[in-house]
Design a protein around this ligand. Structure first.
Ligand code: IPD
Ligand code: CA
Ligand code: CA
Length: 268
């Protein structure tokens, strides 16, 4: 299905930022051997990518608002529309020359995410979705979430927090409870990629907490348009504020919610 004018604007912005990230990623590999490492260089690459996305979107829709990871909130005169941007999702991977990261953009209308693009420039994979128009890979392949119903056949993804002990302890408890039921678990280091790969049927389930709105929003519409279910840990849909995500097909989403609840009940 041909992308709408709005989605084309988003794709163009993500691709332009992706080209800049790809150039910088090549340089990171050289800086890896220096004692200081490429940290400053990477934060520059991140900011540069955000500026590219911001400038492209602003040029096309001068009145829309922005919520960006690096620059925060910028209010536009249009009260209805807001871009939500993570210019580089998977920073730790990027910093360590691991070629798994994405430039992710979502568009909100009246508080609801209605379109998104998640672009992995290294794999040259562009995941897109618009409300009511399906989810697509490289604008050619229609995406559907996996149909598995037995957890023992499912491969899941999650994130392990390394920033605070309480979060890490909780996540390890969840993992200890859920992992034995699964065929396997992966940790990509890029939340938007986790959701995009779930929409593509590569992952059957995904859960993570302590995320930011720009980690969740782009994947939300993508998973839904691929026929999947997304909510926070209490089952509430459309929550990009509280940092929690559980996703899967209807049966698997329900099964993981139940397990997360069991872990919560046990520790209270
Ligand atoms: C991070 C990634 C990671 C998730 C972290 C996020 P960043 O985003 O999405 O998978 O576990 O919580 O902060 O920092 O690479 O944009
Ligand atoms: Ca992120
Ligand atoms: Ca980021």
């Amino acid at each position: 299905m041909a992308a709408s004018a709005l989605l084309n604007i988003m794709i163009r912005a993500a691709h332009k930022a992706g080209r800049s990230l790809t150039r910088d990623f090549g340089e990171v590999e050289n800086l890896q051997v220096s004692r200081k490492g490429p940290a400053d260089f990477v934060s520059n690459a991140d900011r540069k990518a955000e500026e590219i996305v911001h400038d492209e979107l602003l040029k096309a829709r001068p009145t829309y608002s922005f919520l960006m990871e690096e620059s925060g909130e910028i209010k536009g005169t249009d009260g209805q529309h807001r871009w939500i941007i993570d210019p580089l999702d998977g920073t730790t991977n990027f910093l360590h020359s691991i070629p798994l990261f994405a430039c992710a953009i979502a568009l909100e209308r009246n508080g609801e995410v209605i379109a998104s693009v998640i672009y992995n420039p290294i794999m040259d994979e562009t995941f897109t979705a618009e409300k009511g128009r399906g989810a697509w890979l490289n604008e050619r392949k229609r995406l559907r979430v996996g149909g598995r119903r037995k957890l023992s056949e499912c491969v899941g993804a999650t994130g392990i927090n390394s920033r605070n002990t309480a979060g890490t302890t909780r996540e390890i408890r969840q993992l200890a409870h859920i992992l034995p039921s699964l065929a396997g678990i992966r940790r990509t280091g890029s939340a938007s990629t986790d959701l995009a790969w779930l929409a593509a049927g590569r992952f059957d389930l995904y859960w993570e907490a302590e995320l930011a709105p720009w980690d969740i929003a782009p994947g939300l519409v993508l998973v839904r348009e691929a026929g999947g279910f997304v909510s926070d840990f209490s089952g509430k849909a459309d929550n990009i504020q509280d940092g929690e995500v559980v996703a899967g097909n209807e049966a698997i989403h329900h099964a993981i919610l139940k397990r997360l609840k069991a872990v919560r009940d046990r520790t209270h």
